[in-house]
Design a binder for this molecule. Sequence first.
Ligand code: ZN
Length: 138
Amino acid sequence: MKSYRKELWYNTETRRKLINITPQIENCLSESGIKEGFLLCNAMHITSSVFINDDESGLHSDYEKWLEKLAPEKPYDQYRHNGYEDNADAHLKRTIMGREVVVAITDGKLDFGPWERIFYGEFDGKRRKRVLVKIIGE
Ligand code: ZN
């Protein structure tokens, strides 16, 4: 069995951002040489997410509105977590958008449904943060 590990770094210019990281994940897969197996991709921070959905700008603005209804960023003092920090909303957004995805690898490719793409969801950005890619198989 082969094993591959890589950390991808992101530093968004805004507090919240969704990034399609599928091309970078595909690069990892081809670098690994693994043809059959599983790929795990997870955010290594508790205020950002990795999830799979459609790369469609209307949907992305729907996510922003929906998440702001569920866990609005402001006012900061509505959250008990916000003492020295101001990112309680980001922790909550990360929880609902998820920590990781697992994708089957078949014939050296991500075995996706037709519109599936992998996204990094940043909810407390403007600093360097990591995503882990782990692939096992043969
Ligand atoms: Zn915090």
